[in-house]
Design a protein around this ligand. Sequence first.
Ligand SMILES: C[S@@+](CC[C@H](N)C(=O)[O-])C[C@H]1O[C@@H](n2cnc3c(N)ncnc32)[C@H](O)[C@@H]1O
Length: 212
Amino acid sequence: MRIRNVKNAKEIIEDSNYIIDNYRDYRGRFKDVFHNNKPIYLEIGMGKGDFLIGMAKKYLDINFIGVEKYDSIVAKALLKLKDCNIPNLKIIVIDALELDEVFDKEISRLYLNFSDPWPKKRHAKRRLTSPIFLKIYEKIFAKEIVIEQKTDNIHLLESSIINFSENGYIIKEISLDWDSNLNGGVETEYERKFKEMGVAVNYLRVEKKMNK
Ligand SMILES: C[S@@+](CC[C@H](N)C(=O)[O-])C[C@H]1O[C@@H](n2cnc3c(N)ncnc32)[C@H](O)[C@@H]1O
């Protein structure tokens, strides 16, 4: 994603009620952030937030947390939220590599939407479905891991399938021509752009039961 600097990004983030800045204080008790016991779904790499905002408005019985590593991108999402009151939506500005220090067995579903594909072999470990990240996800989920991935990139899809299969995940659903609008979902910014260009969207849903 091309990142245009937002000058006052830090200020926008500091002023927003959607941001959890003291996220380390909530490890293992993120339900307290929302003051309820509803399941918590996470999106890593939320970008400018179209998917997360749409899902939170649509599914009021789920709490959504978006994770994004760049201030300027988060600031753009927050500007969209300026006049909205969405109680089941929060955002954390962090690199996903640190997620196991933030959450402890409390996530129920993870969305990976149009994640950076890192096509070069030497960068494969940066992909959000590399074994390094799969280890992190094992620590943040409650009992069962459920991950949904959407991507335009067939090589990323292929790499994800291999990593999931080698790490005990069951592929529950796969499509090479996914339409979020027909499947109860919400389109992401990238998804909309790819659709407009006639590029097919690939979708994968995997699950893994854990003995905890
Ligand atoms: C290609 S964009 C897709 C944005 C959005 N999900 C969509 O579909 O429109 C990928 C996003 O993931 C974020 N990202 C990539 N790696 C990340 C990481 N390790 N931790 C947090 N965010 C990450 C990037 O900053 C970028 O905003």
